[in-house]
Ligand binder design. Structure first.
Ligand SMILES: NC(=O)c1ccc[n+]([C@@H]2O[C@H](COP(=O)([O-])OP(=O)(O)OC[C@H]3O[C@@H](n4cnc5c(N)ncnc54)[C@H](O)[C@@H]3O)[C@@H](O)[C@H]2O)c1
Length: 246
């Protein structure tokens, strides 16, 4: 088992990539704190995983709200006594062309995808520093590196995540904390289900592997960066996109 008895917080764990990552991590022996805003789906997803014998617990959190994040971290610490891995996976889109993008939708995406990552990371930091080790994995996107039509807000946040990742990798390396990011391409989840079929087909054609990614493709990248196999990897952005970035 690659994560035996490690305690991991995965945000956005009620659905999509975060849910698959929770299952993959638990299968590898981790105790997983599944943190999400969506209490109904989160509780339900955690229950299904527990019925399969996995050690997972759901914690409701709004990553935008610092008090909520601090409370979630306190509860995880109280239950498991340690936190070794943080996967900053929660994220949203509110797509519109620049000329039509409202200030509210611009800000809402910044609040979740950028400020939320800052809140969660700062909240777990004292625990990881006390332990003298930790793994923080942020979720960027091909859109943040390349830009994407209709995603001014989202691309800004995902580029910002790369900047924060590299900054934290430099600041925290000496404290035994590795900080890396995964930049997914287009992955089949609820997030891409909102994209029109025609656009998804165009995206597929751009990918050398000629398919969209699956949540497992990203969960496995999180797993590598959370495991001891990546102990000398720090400040990297792992592109998991079927080669679309070339
Ligand atoms: N699906 C893709 O093609 C793709 C591509 C690149 C990057 N990503 C990134 O991967 C991550 C996961 O995406 P996904 O496709 O699984 O999305 P998803 O919509 O399936 O799941 C996102 C989860 O985040 C949760 N969430 C949203 N706002 C929250 C908040 N304020 N507090 C706590 N939880 C909140 C939602 O409830 C949901 O369960 C995101 O950061 C996304 O930007 C996805």
């Amino acid at each position: 088992m690659r994560l035996k008895d490690k305690v991991a917080i995965i945000t956005g764990a009620a659905n999509g990539i975060g849910l698959t990552a929770s299952e993959v991590f638990a299968r590898e022996g981790a105790k997983v704190a599944m943190a999400d805003f969506n209490i109904e789906q989160g509780e339900n997803s955690a229950q299904i995983l527990r019925e399969q014998g996995y050690e997972v617990t759901f914690f409701q959190v709004n990553v935008v709200d610092r008090t909520s994040v601090d409370l979630m971290v306190e509860k995880v610490q109280a239950l498991y006594g340690k936190i070794e891995i943080l996967i900053n996976n929660a994220g949203i889109t509110k797509d519109a062309m620049l000329s039509k993008l409202s200030v509210e939708d611009f800000q809402a995406v910044l609040d979740v995808n950028l400020t939320g990552v800052f809140h969660c990371t700062q909240a777990v930091l004292p625990v990881m520093i006390t332990n003298g080790k930790g793994k923080i994995i942020n979720t960027s996107s091909v859109s943040g590196v390349y830009g994407n039509v209709g995603q001014t807000n989202y691309a800004a946040t995902k580029a910002g995540v790369v900047g924060m990742t590299k900054t934290w990798a430099k600041e925290l390396g000496r404290k035994g904390i590795n900080v890396n990011a995964v930049a997914p391409g287009f992955i089949e989840t609820g997030m891409t289900a909102k994209v029109p079929e025609k656009i998804l087909d165009q995206m597929k054609q751009m990918v050398p592997l000629a398919r969209l990614g699956k949540p497992e493709d990203i969960a496995n990248a999180y797993l590598y960066l959370a495991s001891d196999e990546s102990n000398y990897v720090n400040g990297t952005v792992l592109h998991v996109d079927g080669g679309i970035m070339m």
